[in-house]
Write a protein that binds this ligand. Structure first.
Ligand code: NDP
Length: 339
């Protein structure tokens, strides 16, 4: 077992945009599991936009991280000491664990990952939390119908790329906003979106959307917020559904913008705007994973992963989310699986 155990803690709370100084790497002994806890060797670590909220002192929907305290996130790892946790040594598991080479967790906080079902990394992406977010946000909140126009922002990311494909499967025309030409090609050529809009080279989001969605917008899955969302609101149709999944364009803002105000549109259009949290659908996670797994196996649902090598590069992988460096799910590969 390589020693010491590398782990990251929150060095300080960021003002605005986090940077490398937000993170501190420590080297400590590999932790000893208590009875009923497993010791897990990290293979893949997930970095996610919601972690930005956990770096603030104030309440967000996830509890704030303590300064000097561990950073935690979705991990897929291998049990190296089962220690009465209910798992066997060598089992592949997933759970919310520290950003570290090794971490301990009670067996009840871990879920098994079947390595024969799909690549184990997918438990953090298309078959994990982001896939489930897309599944429930699309099917239960945005609810695209055949013939609808469905718009998604952050379209080439972990959640957006799945949401758009699920809307296509439901018979909608799908328009995605993403931040580069390469991402637009990914949406249109690999995922089968009807139109991708490269917002990084578009000044007038509204005009771009009018071209891409001449019949208006019936369902909107928002991962980004800000000016793109302002533009989408102007194009909503009567009875449109807006699913507010994320607002990444605002996560590093020191002051939240207050305008322009788009709510009058909702009166005329009798539109419904609904925020949601994937955790609210926990009793149905198994259904989501089963269906997503079936569609991936059948080749009906494509997914992409951007894999950063090495735990030491986890901060850069996280920071890259805010620069649009990832296509599909951003992961950090920390260790190799023992065969
Ligand atoms: P992504 O894989 O989509 O990565 C983030 C992407 O956001 C980047 O690649 C970038 O793509 C885009 N982005 C970053 N900054 C901006 C900006 N200022 N303006 C526009 N786009 C920007 O992340 P996820 O799929 O994991 O998450 C997507 C959203 O869903 C996030 O807002 C997240 O917080 C939210 N979420 C919500 C959940 C819930 O339960 N409600 C659960 C999980 C996620 P680009 O190049 O296109 O700019």
């Amino acid at each position: 077992m390589p020693e010491p155990n590398r782990r990251f803690v929150l060095a300080k709370r960021p003002d605005g945009k986090p940077d490398r100084e937000t993170f501190e790497r420590r080297e400590e002994d590999v932790p000893e599991p208590e009875p009923g806890e497993a010791l897990i060797r990290t293979l893949y670590l997930s970095v996610d936009p919601y972690m930005r909220g956990r770096m603030n002192a104030g309440e967000s929907y996830a509890e704030p991280w303590a300064v000097g305290g561990p950073l935690r996130g979705g991990v897929v790892g291998e049990v190296v000491d089962a220690n009465g946790s209910g798992f066997e040594t060598g089992d592949i598991v997933t759970g919310n664990l520290e950003w570290a080479d090794y971490a301990t967790a009670p067996g009840s906080d871990l879920q098994p990952v079947d390595p024969d079902l799909a690549p184990i990394s997918t438990a953090l992406g298309v078959l994990g939390m982001p896939g489930r977010t897309a599944y429930f946000g699309t099917r239960e909140v945005a609810r695209p119908q055949p013939g609808d126009t469905f718009v998604v922002t952050g379209a080439a990311g972990a959640v957006g790329s799945v949401a758009g494909q699920l809307a296509s499967m439901a018979g909608a025309r799908v328009v995605g906003f993403a931040g580069s030409e390469e991402k637009v090609a990914f949406l249109e050529d690999d995922l089968g979106f009807d139109v991708g809009i490269d917002y990084s080279t578009t000044d007038d989001y509204r005009a771009a959307l009018e071209d891409a969605a001449p019949d208006g917008v019936d369902a909107y899955f928002d991962n980004v917020g800000g000016e793109i969302t302002d533009a989408v609101f102007t194009q909503l149709n009567v009875d449109a559904r807006v699913a507010i999944c994320g607002q990444i364009s605002l996560y590093n803002a020191e002051e939240l913008p207050t305008g322009p105000r788009k709510l009058p549109t909702l009166i005329e259009k009798r539109a419904r705007v609904e925020g949601f949290l994937v955790g609210d659908f926990a009793p149905r996670f198994e259904e989501a994973t089963r269906n997503l797994g079936r569609w991936v196996s059948a080749g009906d649902l494509e997914y992409r992963e951007t894999v950063t090598e090495g735990l030491e590069n986890a901060p850069e992988a996280f920071l890259g989310l805010f620069e649009g460096e990832n296509i599909g799910k951003q992961l950090v590969k920390v260790g190799e699986r023992d065969d």
